[in-house]
Design a binder for this molecule. Structure first.
Ligand SMILES: Cc1cc2nc3c(=O)[nH]c(=O)nc-3n(C[C@H](O)[C@H](O)[C@H](O)COP(=O)(O)O)c2cc1C
Length: 366
């Protein structure tokens, strides 16, 4: 599948604008999501091997998840499980519907397996998402894997009112998903990343805590930027422990740019926005390792950034990630990616004599 995708399908897709292809693909997956038969056919080719992980009181059939931003309006909820993903993170959703930045706003740097995006949280808003999620449940098309929701801040909401903005979305959606991720790390909403500052983040976490349903609290994680200093990350770890966060997601896209080796890459890197994929790989692993060490392995980490292969996922897990997520890898490697990574992880576990994935978490973090 991977060879066919890389050499035949991808070159055809990549002759078109990135967001147009994204829209086209989502439309197909959305259609497939409505049909049990279509999902079963997809799963018969693409299902990943069982590699269960128990975390946040949830059972993940495998540790390979779909990262936030791919399905912002929950259009293809059942398809992600059929493509072999062990969990999916829908959104980012904001309290107010918003169009995002003007197009074009997604750019591929093919030689580097990278994407620059400045989508700007284009989404239909929390109310529309709630309706869509209820609809999937009513139709009996809810996936058999944990579903998370990525919460962003509405562009029109001033930073000072961010706690209410996040809490409004959370209150509306809290019964409709299994876990929630507070996104204070997207580079594409002006000043959003200032909310990673300890005092500002604490206000948001307090507001979310107060918005939990009594007796049925949902796991809440915070997603961090790869551009934070280790000191700033340490403050977030401290806060996460104090506020009993379920975990951290590391990392979002970076505003930094490595040296470009060819002209096309140089042009793409000159675009404003967040960079994901290959160039993010090493930095996100460093951050996972640091967070794991700093929290003495007590704070679960979802590792994301430049995962294309089982070797990449293994690196993240052994650096301290309990689960991993993929965005750019799906674009560049195609729909067989979860299955390939799952099979490769199983082989690595056997080579190390491990029975469960949990035995591998953080073994290379020392
Ligand atoms: C087009 C695009 C849109 C994204 N939208 C979101 C988003 O809404 N919320 C979020 O937390 N991360 C978002 N991300 C970041 C990804 O979830 C992920 O953290 C990042 O791309 C690094 O992973 P990767 O190298 O596998 O792509 C987006 C990434 C891309 C490329």
């Amino acid at each position: 599948m991977s060879w066919l995708y890389r050499h035949c399908i991808r070159p055809a897709l990549f002759t078109h604008d990135a967001e147009r292809i994204h829209e086209f693909t989502l439309r197909q997956l959305s259609r497939a999501s409505t049909s049990e038969f279509a999902c079963e056919v997809l799963a018969s080719f693409l299902a990943a091997p069982d590699l269960p992980v128990d975390l946040f009181g949830l059972r993940f059939p495998n540790p390979i998840g779909l990262a936030a931003g791919m399905d912002k309006n929950a259009r293809a909820v059942s398809a992600w499980a059929a493509l072999g993903f062990g969990f999916s993170e829908l959104g980012g959703v904001t309290w107010h519907a918003q169009p995002g930045n003007p197009k074009p706003r997604v750019f591929r740097a093919v030689a580097e397996d990278a994407i620059v995006n400045r989508m700007g949280f284009n989404n239909e808003g929390a109310m529309a998402l709630a309706t869509t999620l209820r609809d999937w449940r009513v139709r009996g098309r809810w996936p058999r894997h944990p579903v998370g929701i990525n919460l962003g801040k509405s562009k029109i909401t001033p930073l000072g009112s961010a706690p209410d903005d996040y809490a409004n979305s959370f209150r509306l959606l809290r019964d409709l998903a299994d876990f929630f991720v507070v996104n204070v790390s997207s580079p594409n909403t002006p000043n959003l990343r200032q909310l990673q500052d300890k005092a500002a983040l604490e206000e948001i976490l307090v507001a979310l805590h107060e918005a939990q349903r009594p007796g049925a609290a949902r796991p809440i994680l915070v997603k961090v930027a790869p551009d934070l200093s280790f000191d700033a990350l340490d403050e977030i770890v401290e806060l996460a422990t104090k506020r009993k966060l379920a975990g951290l997601v590391a990392t979002n896209t970076t505003i930094t740019r490595p040296e470009a080796t060819d002209r096309q890459t140089r042009i793409v890197y000159a675009e404003a926005g967040g960079l994901s994929g290959g160039p993010l790989h090493t930095r996100s692993t460093q951050i996972i390792r640091h967070l794991f060490r700093q929290s003495r392995g007590r704070l679960p980490i979802i590792g994301v950034g430049g995962i294309f292969s089982a070797a990449d996922a293994w690196e993240k897990i052994t650096a301290g990630a309990s689960l991993v997520q993929i965005y750019t890898g799906l674009v560049f490697e195609g729909p067989g990616i979860a299955k390939n990574i799952g099979s490769g992880l199983k082989t690595r576990l056997a080579e190390h004599g491990f029975k469960q994935l949990s035995e591998a978490i953080g073994i290379a973090a020392a």
